[in-house]
Design a protein around this ligand. Structure first.
Ligand SMILES: Nc1ncnc2c1ncn2[C@@H]1O[C@H](COP(=O)(O)OP(=O)(O)OP(=O)(O)O)[C@@H](O)[C@H]1O
Ligand SMILES: [Mg+2]
Length: 255
């Protein structure tokens, strides 16, 4: 008996290496390849960005819902995310944005300075609850290792480690891999080396024994798109990011 298993893809890596662009491009490929499947994009980065890359507008976030629930429930502040969710499970669906071919939800930006732990606990449950209703989930993670450490990514089945050619970038993905081996129940893991300034730099990149899914050269058209505020659905089929991400998805047997 083969029960349906949702494929949960997530991108992780150092800041500014292309996580959001790649997550958005994954969503584009999935919607084009699987028009009949249920696809969900999650912006898990409090700094936001995935919505813009996908060309949509967000009105309600998971954090808005959390705040409302906390306000309306007595002792809301001191009760666990799980308890609160029991009472507000269905409310989560209010934060979903329906697009052509996919749905979208954003974690939002908690105003309180410092700790994102509360919203991260909440987010982990939200991923769990929503995943049951979708065939594919694509998560654009926060830069760095925090969300892996806090087990927010626990249920991820396909973990894409994104790096540029910098030493810092490759160090971060090697650290993430080590922690993910303990804390993420992934089926497949791999690296996308992005924004490579030249063909030969890949020979000098130290990514240990993690399989490489794609090398993506620096693509001037992407920067131009970014400047103009255009979304990934307008990127030409033959742009290096669109081609590279497709290759990565094929290597992971997602497409
Ligand atoms: N292959 C590429 N070639 C050229 N520019 C790229 C490439 N990939 C991404 N970029 C550009 O790099 C910048 C950062 O990309 P992006 O926002 O996707 O990174 P990020 O990892 O999500 O950053 P953050 O950690 O801040 O969320 C953007 O301006 C994007 O257009
Ligand atoms: Mg980003």
């Amino acid at each position: 008996m083969d029960v349906k298993k949702t494929k949960i893809l997530a991108v992780a890596g150092k800041g500014g290496v292309g996580k959001t662009s790649i997550a958005a491009t994954i969503v584009r490929h999935l919607t084009e390849c699987y028009p009949d499947k249920k696809i969900l994009a999650i912006d898990a980065d409090p700094a936001v960005g995935l919505s813009t890359a996908l060309g949509l507008e967000v009105t309600t976030t998971v954090d808005d819902i959390r705040k409302e629930v906390v306000m309306t429930v007595e002792d809301g502040d001191t009760r666990s995310a799980m308890e609160l969710l029991g009472e507000a499970r269905y409310r989560i669906f209010d934060a979903l944005v329906e697009q052509d071919g996919f749905s979208f939800i954003a974690i939002g930006r908690p105003e309180a300075a410092g700790c994102y732990c509360k919203i991260n606990t909440y987010l982990k449950e939200v991923i769990s609850i929503l995943s049951e209703n979708f065939d594919y989930v694509v998560i654009d993670g926060e830069a760095g290792i925090e969300q892996i450490n806090r087990r927010v990514m626990e249920k991820v089945t396909h973990l894409l480690l994104i790096t540029d050619s910098s030493r810092k970038g490759t160090q971060v993905i090697k650290t993430i891999k080590k922690v993910a081996d303990e804390l993420v129940m992934y089926d497949k893991i791999g690296v996308i080396a992005n924004r490579l300034p030249a063909e030969n730099v890949k020979d000098f990149m130290d990514i240990g024994d993690i399989p490489v899914l794609a090398y993506i050269p620096s693509d001037a058209s992407l920067a131009e798109f970014d400047l103009k505020g255009e979304n990934v659905f307008y990127l030409p089929e033959n742009s290096s990011v669109v081609k590279g991400v497709k290759q990565a998805l094929q290597k992971m047997q997602i497409m």
